[in-house]
Ligand binder design. Sequence first.
Ligand code: SF4
Length: 144
Amino acid sequence: MRNHFWQTKSLLEMNEAEWEALCDGCGKCCYRKYIQGHGKRQKLYYTRIACDLLDVKTGKCGNYPERFKLETDCTKLTKKNLPDFHWLPQTCAYRLIYEGKPLPHWHPLISGDPNSVKNAGILIADGVHEKDVIDWFEFVIDAC
Ligand code: SF4
């Protein structure tokens, strides 16, 4: 990986290792979201309901190698499908680079510290697992 590759290469030019390194490991994409309404009235709701595989304390997947087998709606983020992921959180490195924005100071590629994401308070607090939830609406934390 070349130093500061995210500033010199486009997402399409990144190799596999660089693409993977962009993920800050926040785990926010592994929390449930839902859309209500249509057209101009459409709203996207973010919740603190985590995928059952997610370790809500660390933001890491509990079974990364087998995640697609165990969670059938788990989707791999790729260069090809990134434009469909408009629901990614605003702090997500893929979204930031896609929108031409800089990475934040707490991103491990900048801080050099894998704990800087947690220390900066980026992880979702009080996450609950989907299997323990009945009414999703009670766990909404944001909407746009
Ligand atoms: S939201 Fe983005 S940066 Fe965070 S874990 Fe998901 S893909 Fe990685």
